[in-house]
Write a protein of this length. Structure first.
Length: 265
């Protein structure tokens, strides 16, 4: 049977873009956020008062003011509310979750549909860390940034791989993509990676936008470190070296809204 011309054209287009996965099978792991509360069989809230390792300004909490499920969406909310928990006070509060030991994968496609916040000093991220640091401390065992974003650059996405040696001998590769129309705070978009043994492809709304095929690790031979199970993290930071601090123009609260997370093998 001859393939329709459209199907042949689609196959050629996908090959040119880096052979992104066409998702047909059901996900092997997912969260549609359809309940009333965060599903703790899939996620852990990381409570951290000390800047998340990036000189961030917020306290990460598990309070409903900062993290909740609402109308079929995960809401991570950054607030300027001077939280005081166990004698520790910071100016801002927010939340960070991870799937470690609840969802860990090696290779596959990860889709996260989300609407991003805005404002100077606002830093949402969807990213992955190794579940076991087989090749050594960060970044010898790697980091995959599916999506990073500066609230003061509402059209631009950052996609990165971190690898090489343990800090301060770590190395990284970063690429950017600018939304041709509108801003990421105006609507939901699906942020994805198609992670294979020798290649990582980043996609936006199913369209491949970046491809990386070269990396290394002081702890092992290529394709290390990206040949081990990783887990997913989703967070909303305030300040930090990547974005700088908020200023008088930054409006609080700000929300990162997540519609779904789906993982395919």
């Amino acid at each position: 049977m001859r393939l329709p011309i459209f199907a042949m054209f689609l196959g050629l287009l996908l090959a040119m873009w880096g052979a992104a996965t066409v998702v047909a099978e059901p996900p092997v792991w997912s969260d549609e956020f359809s309940g009333e509360h965060l599903d703790y069989t899939k996620w852990e809230c990381e409570v951290n008062a000390f800047g998340g390792g990036n000189q961030e300004l917020q306290m990460y909490t598990d309070r409903p003011e900062n993290i909740r499920v609402e109308n079929g969406k995960l809401i991570i909310e950054a607030r300027r509310d001077n939280p005081n928990i166990a004698g520790t006070m910071r100016e801002y509060s927010s939340a960070r979750i991870r799937s470690k030991r609840r969802g860990d994968w090696m290779y596959g496609r990860i889709d996260v549909r989300a609407k991003l916040p805005t404002g100077r000093g606002i830093w949402p991220a969807i990213w992955m860390l190794p579940s076991d640091e087989k090749y050594g401390g960060w970044a010898s065992s790697g980091e995959i940034d599916i999506m990073e974003y500066k609230g003061q650059e509402p059209k631009r996405l950052y996609s990165s791989l971190h690898f090489g040696g343990a800090w301060p001998k770590n190395r990284f590769k970063t690429a950017t993509y600018d939304l041709p129309k509108g801003e990421f705070s105006q609507d939901f978009h699906t942020f994805s990676i198609d992670w294979r043994k020798y290649k990582v492809v980043w996609l936006l709304d199913d369209m491949p936008v970046q491809t990386m095929t070269e990396w290394d690790s002081d702890g092992g031979a290529f394709p290390a470190p990206f040949d081990q199970p990783f887990h997913l993290l989703i967070n909303l930071a305030v300040g930090g070296g990547f974005v700088g601090p908020p200023d008088a123009s930054t409006v609080f609260p700000q929300k990162l809204e997540v519609d779904f997370v789906r993982v395919y093998k």
